[in-house]
Design a protein around this ligand. Structure first.
Ligand SMILES: Nc1ncnc2c1ncn2[C@@H]1O[C@H](COP(=O)(O)OP(=O)(O)OP(=O)(O)O)[C@@H](O)[C@H]1O
Ligand SMILES: [Mg+2]
Length: 251
């Protein structure tokens, strides 16, 4: 959590519509270097769509995505170079089942970053160590628990040297006893200066880790701010109601 004022990604009035269904109406936020930004809010509010637009899995239908001050939606912009700088960790781990743990962490480095096999192996090993998965390099994903698979997915993502790493509910598919090990890895990662944008329903975690919290509902950022403000003094009624319902579940 090393906050600086250098903005890496700036979303300006970003919109996304599917036909006449306007899913994102106005998403405007700066993501600064080293910041941990969490996105919370009700189901269907547009959290995943926001992440998927940021890494261009979905094409925004309006507004801008500026990366180091340049609008990546401008025709002719080198989108592949941008994509290589923005990693994503999904809810469903998304590992290659026919490859072992080490291969999963090497293949993108070799294909996309054109690293040699030796270099890719070295970097993969370093990152697998960081997430505590180095003893499992020969295992296939199906032989691992969900928490272990997600830690491998995180090692794979950081092996690509992203400038920004996006997480879409990385612990939602896990059995409760495995949530902690993945949150611990993310917490550790946050101290390395990596910029992270995390969609989560883990409110205690979000409160603890975030520099900036976005509450997204109905396709807009209803409110955003420091976690103390959002969690302890939410201004908007929808935010208050949402957090009240979570508190009943004891976070
Ligand atoms: N490919 C699509 N085509 C049409 N509508 C879509 C598509 N993807 C998402 N939507 C709609 O966009 C809205 C926002 O969805 P999104 O997945 O971004 O919500 P979310 O905040 O991530 O919700 P959750 O907490 O349930 O994951 C929903 O109404 C959803 O049905
Ligand atoms: Mg979602």
């Amino acid at each position: 959590m090393t906050e600086t004022n250098e903005t890496i990604i700036s979303l300006k009035h970003m919109q996304k519509a599917y036909g006449d269904h306007q899913v994102l109406k106005d998403i405007t936020v700066d993501i600064n270097k080293g910041e941990i930004v969490t996105i919370i809010g009700p189901s269907g509010g547009g959290k995943s769509t926001t992440l998927r637009c940021i890494n261009l899995l979905e094409e925004p239908t309006g507004g801008e995505i500026d990366f180091h001050g340049e609008n990546i939606l401008t025709p002719g912009y080198d989108r592949n170079a941008f994509r290589a700088k923005v990693g994503m960790v999904f809810q469903q781990f998304d590992l290659f089942e026919n490859k072992n743990v080490l291969q999963n962490c090497m293949i993108g480095q070799q294909l996309v970053l054109k690293r040699s096999k030796e270099e890719a192996r070295k970097i993969a090993m370093e990152n697998l160590k960081k997430v505590g998965m180095d003893p499992f390099i020969n295992a296939k994903p199906s032989q691992l628990s969900g928490g272990q698979q997600q830690r491998v997915a995180i090692a794979r993502a950081i092996s690509m040297d992203p400038e920004v790493l996006l997480f879409d509910e990385p612990t939602s598919a896990l059995d409760p006893e495995m949530v902690g090990e993945v949150l611990d890895v993310m917490q550790k990662l946050a101290t390395t200066g990596l910029t992270m944008v995390i969609v989560t329903h883990e409110m205690g975690f979000a409160k603890q880790i975030s520099d900036n919290v976005l509450f997204i509902s109905g396709g807009v950022i209803t409110e955003q701010g420091h976690p103390d403000q959002i969690f302890d003094h939410p201004k908007h009624e929808v935010t208050q109601r949402f957090l009240h319902n979570f508190r009943k579940m004891d976070f």
